[in-house]
Write a protein that binds this ligand. Structure first.
Ligand code: GDP
Ligand code: IMO
Ligand code: MG
Length: 432
């Protein structure tokens, strides 16, 4: 067999949320970014809130990849992302104010779709009028992807041609205003105001626009290393998650290819990020959710409030059956376990190893809403460690019971845990 790689080096790594989002992906991407030349966001939009803590700063990024605070790293917003252009310009400004340059190191795919103010309006109206609410972030994500798949969406590239943009906007607004007035009995969106705003859009955005599919493939050919940063989590995936309580994109590893233009042939590693317990924000099944004082305690210690919306996150025990499913659909080759320090004070820690439905053991993770709501989690109880591991730098420095907890998870999942996060800060990370 020839060993010639023919430009097919497997230099790309995908990092995905293995649960319901907010697993600490931002922290991990920032921590890992010094090992990569390029970090790429491939799906979702400003529904994401990725927190990074370094020096004395805490920053929440929504659209810009979490490698931006590593000056040697180029950041790419891929074609699969839906972009609120106003929110993006504000975020660029925030990064600059923190003293980081974005010139020549932030690129936006010309093919990425835009989120317009009417998408946010329709997001909110669709929530108000459906039976059980999804609990979306109201960032216009679903309606923007609807337009993309209906082939009427407006893309970043259209911002570069004001006449094309105006034509597309007027066409869209006619339809959206019909929907708003006739279906939702609401006021029309002011067409001229919106056309004026977008046709006169801050031209400084032009410098960031690039054919990122070609760029990324050229860089991979040169041997550059690429980290693909997932947003949301695997169980929020529109295909593999707890539908309909999901987001409107594919956070799972497959989405990294379609959302960036990088072929699966280049993916050498898939890192799954999982919290040492579980949280979910918004509605939908959560088999191990704690409705008692214990859930409240986790929320308080873990500061479990949404980084984008500030909503309290629902909390529960770690679910290994769910993680097994997540490992399978993503092809997760290694795990990063985060927020382990949140469990420092617990006498006992429970872990779900499987489910029963109507007295019968279930082997596979169901994704239909009815079965999910009937699951009875089966727990294994482990001893807590009642001490802080915050100063640990190596696995051997962790408390024996912490090591036991980690090894139990690895054994059950048959997957190694290579990163252990014991605090929000960059340096509070143990590499195993
Ligand atoms: P993301 O969306 O996956 O990037 O995660 P979020 O930023 O929404 O939520 C994770 C939260 O946990 C943030 O506030 C982080 O600063 C924080 N965090 C990340 N890792 C750790 C950790 O190991 N310990 C603690 N205590 N906090 C962490
Ligand atoms: P990060 O990247 C957690 C949830 C919402 C809602 C559902 C659909 O920070 O992990 P949407 O606005 O996407 O249509 O909402 O998905 N959701 C998230 N939950 N973390 C996120 O992003 C999320 N992005 C969306 O709460 O249940
Ligand atoms: Mg988040």
């Amino acid at each position: 067999m020839s060993t010639h790689t023919n430009g097919r080096e497997r230099n790309a790594t995908v990092l995905v949320g293995a649960q319901f989002g907010d697993e600490g992906k931002g922290k991990l991407v920032d921590y890992l970014s010094n090992q990569y030349n390029i970090v790429v966001r491939y799906q979702g939009g400003a529904n994401a809130g990725h927190t990074i803590c370094f020096d004395d700063k805490t920053v929440v990024l929504h659209l810009i990849p979490s490698g931006i605070f590593n000056p040697n790293c180029v950041c790419v917003i891929g074609n699969g992302v839906v972009i609120d252009a106003d929110a993006l310009m504000k975020e660029i400004q925030t990064v600059r104010e923190l003293g980081y340059s974005v010139e020549g190191r932030l690129f936006i795919s010309h093919n990425a779709h835009l989120i317009m103010p009417y998408h946010k309006l329709l997001d909110s109206l669709s929530e108000q009028t459906r039976g059980e609410r999804i609990g979306t972030t109201m960032r216009g994500i679903g309606p923007s992807y609807v337009d993309k798949f209906s082939r009427v969406g407006i893309r970043i590239v259209d911002l570069l041609s004001p006449d094309v943009l105006e034509e597309k906007l007027r066409f869209n607004l006619e339809h959206k205003n019909n929907l708003l007035t006739k279906i939702y009995a609401k006021d029309e969106v002011n067409v001229e105001e919106l056309v004026n705003h977008y046709t006169a859009f801050d031209r400084s955005i032009n410098d960031f626009v690039k054919n990122t599919q070609v760029y990324l493939n050229d860089e991979l050919k040169k041997g550059k290393a690429v980290l693909l940063e997932g947003a949301q989590g695997s169980l929020l995936d529109v295909d593999h998650g707890t539908y309909p309580f999901v987001t409107s994109s594919n956070p799972t590893a497959g989405g990294a290819c379609t959302g960036s233009g990088i072929s699966p042939i280049h993916i050498g590693r898939v890192i799954g990020v999982a919290k040492a317990y579980m949280t979910r924000v918004g509605n939908g099944a959560f088999p191990t959710e704690l409705h008692d004082e214990m859930g409240e305690r986790i929320r308080k210690i873990g500061h479990e409030f949404g980084a984008t919306t500030g909503r309290p996150r629902r909390c529960g025990w770690l679910d290994l059956a769910l993680l097994k499913y997540s490992i399978a659909v993503n092809g997760i080759s290694e795990l990063a376990l985060t927020k382990l320090d949140v469990l420092d004070d617990f006498d006992e820690i429970k872990v779900c190893t499987g489910y029963k439905v109507k007295g019968k053991i279930i082997k596979d993770f169901p994704t239909d809403h009815k079965t999910l709501s009937q699951l009875e989690p089966q727990y294994k109880t482990l001893d807590g460690w009642k001490t802080s591991n915050r100063n640990a730098k190596t696995f051997s420095e962790l408390h024996p019971n912490t090591k036991r907890y980690i090894e139990f998870i690895e054994d059950q999942l048959e997957t190694k845990i290579t990163f252990i996060s014991v605090g929000p800060r960059r340096e509070e990370t143990v590499f195993k």
